[in-house]
Design a protein around this ligand. Structure first.
Ligand code: SF4
Ligand code: SF3
Length: 549
């Protein structure tokens, strides 16, 4: 088994026997096979695009299939086999269309690779899988490290692209590059410099993907506004929606409208409460339940209603609650009920609704607790003058963006301690699921502004970038000269894509933890630290002092 795509990777250099995330060697191998088939599909898609053949179905499929191979998304051999079959079917069709125009077209071998669906797909996956970083010869290790960085980064970018597509926002240059990145993995002639350029290009394209998603969210649901979200459940039947997919959340709200069901968000869907049109249209979108993904086995067990997981991060479910858990889209797990999408991309949520009505729901009032969300770029830049004046008058000394993924490792307490130690004249901006370690702390106010502001989901790194650019313009300085430090936590491939975006923008002095990616070789890290002063977190005290000096 070979997998080192996430931070949780066993023994620090890769999962060898079984995924620390719960992914079996069989699922891992079939996902490797799927990625191999996608590389062949992309080679053909690029030729088809060059010949003005419509590749839209292939473009969207490629993004969804890559999404399914991300950490904590799909654990089902049959789902991964279905994606693989579809990759081959789409490839056959597209190839025939190209050859009808240009019969003499020559294809790389990977564009003809067809697995035998009558034999073990896992065994075939093992044969075509990329190797471990530690298995690559010394001379190839840095290129291989960058290849993996590109593959993992493009998975993250593809997932945001898929969300944006669901909201009607697309850009051909993004689809083109997704195929170029996958096809580059087929090219043994690329140099180290080529791979560095490709990795930064992943960051550039991911910025566009996040921008598309931001447009999709704000056009459909309005710009987020500061909104108080109850953390205390209210009596009544209940559905919990987890993941990142706000369009699926909206579909669930639509299908539960007029029932007695209250809808709660979980994990990365907390920021959905900040979108004013969603709140106004669906008053039964009530509150948030639970914290970050790694606590879901406790949170899901206790939740007295149906639970729908729309994207990462799904953990292998316990038998005690798996009968009330449903998955949609790219998410899958063998024992769980999967709700297939209709032609509109929206599943019929009736089975989840029936389950919610059959379960007891919440029976008692709980003491009120709440958090405030909705400080996305429009809200923060709406008070830009106050922010700029407060900085000029010395009321606000520094901004810290403490954001990224959460995870199970004990070293992640660094982020809570860091936020607790931030001086009273500094503001903490946060995003993604890492915030659940401190999201309900009352940090008070500075210069009339909350000291803790939640910008949203991980893809709302786009908001952080817009805020930083606007402040840099207001102060007429480079972003790197702002009193702003980025203290990031990573876990899965969306975080890889966001990090590459920040590097593409030339942002320096990012502190990354809790550990550095296993797929980054020492030389590649040296390159990143030399050019971007990218550094590993140390201790909250030391890092704070360095940021404030
Ligand atoms: Fe291991 Fe992470 Fe891969 Fe899961 S996704 S098998 S935890 S490296
Ligand atoms: Fe979290 Fe999985 Fe990454 Fe969107 S939900 S940030 S880890």
């Amino acid at each position: 088994m070979f997998c080192e795509q996430c931070e949780q990777t066993a023994s620090g250099d890769g999962c060898h026997q079984f995924g620390a995330c719960g992914k079996s060697p069989q699922v891992n191998a079939v996902q490797d096979l799927l990625v191999h088939c996608l590389r062949g599909l992309s080679a053909i898609a690029l030729t088809a695009k060059a010949n003005q053949i419509d590749t839209h179905e292939v473009d969207v499929f490629t993004c969804e299939a890559l999404f399914a191979t991300m950490t904590n998304v799909n654990f089902s051999v049959s789902h991964c086999e279905a994606y693989t079959r579809q990759a081959i079917a789409l490839r056959t069709d597209l190839r025939a269309q190209v050859e009808a125009l240009r019969s003499e077209t020559e294809w790389p071998a990977i564009a003809s690779f067809t697995p035998s669906f009558d034999a073990s797909l896992a065994e075939q996956g093992e044969e075509v899988a990329l190797k471990f970083l530690s298995q690559v010869g010394e001379d190839a290790v840095d290129i291989f490290s960058l290849k993996l960085t590109v593959l993992y980064g493009i998975k993250g970018a593809a997932s945001y692209t898929f969300h944006a597509y669901e909201l009607g926002q697309e850009d051909e240059q993004v689809y083109q590059f997704v195929h170029e990145a996958l096809n580059a993995l087929n090219d043994e002639s690329l140099t180290l410099a080529d791979w560095v350029d490709l990795a930064l290009k992943v960051g550039e394209i991911n910025l566009r993907s996040m921008e598309l998603l931001d447009t999709g969210h704000t056009q459909a649901y309005g710009h987020p506004v500061p909104t108080s979200v109850p953390l205390n459940p209210r009596p009544g039947k209940a559905i919990l929606v987890s993941g990142h997919d706000i369009r699926q959340l909206e579909a669930i709200l639509k299908q539960t409208a007029g029932t007695e069901i209250t809808v709660y968000t979980h994990g990365e869907l907390l920021p959905a409460h900040g979108y004013p049109l969603l709140k106004a249209t669906y008053p039964h979108l009530y509150g948030h339940y639970g914290t970050a993904w790694q606590n879901q086995t406790k949170d899901f067990l206790r939740f007295p209603g149906a639970i729908i997981v729309t994207t990462n991060c799904l953990m292998p479910p316990h038998d005690t609650y798996s009968d009330k858990l449903f998955t949609v889209g790219p998410v899958g797990y063998p024992q769980l009920s999967f709700l297939p999408a209709s032609d509109t991309g929206i599943p019929d949520y009736a089975p989840a609704i029936a389950k919610a009505l059959a379960l007891p729901g919440f029976t008692e009032e709980a003491p009120p607790r709440s958090v405030t969300v909705g400080f996305a770029h429009n809200a923060v830049l709406g008070v830009a003058e106050t922010v700029v004046n407060a900085v000029k008058q010395g009321q606000i000394r520094h901004f810290f963006l403490v954001g990224g993924c959460d995870g199970a490792k004990p070293g992640r307490s660094y982020y809570t301690e860091f936020v607790e130690k931030v001086p009273a004249d500094c503001v903490v901006l946060t995003l993604a699921c890492g915030k659940f370690r401190f999201f309900d702390q009352d940090l008070g106010k500075v210069a009339g502004l909350p000291r803790l502001m939640d910008l949203g989901q991980c893809n709302d790194a786009y908001s952080a970038i817009q805020i930083a650019i606007a402040l840099a313009n207001a102060f007429a300085v480079d972003i790197n000269e702002l009193p702003l430090s980025m203290i990031l936590s990573w876990y899965e491939q969306k975080a890889v894509a966001v990090l590459l975006t920040l590097l593409h923008l030339g942002i320096k002095n990012i502190r990354l933890g809790p550990t550095l990616p296993a797929f980054i070789s020492p030389n590649v890290f040296k390159l990143l630290s030399t050019h971007y002063q990218l550094q590993a977190i140390t201790t909250p005290e030391r890092d704070l002092a360095a940021c404030l000096c």
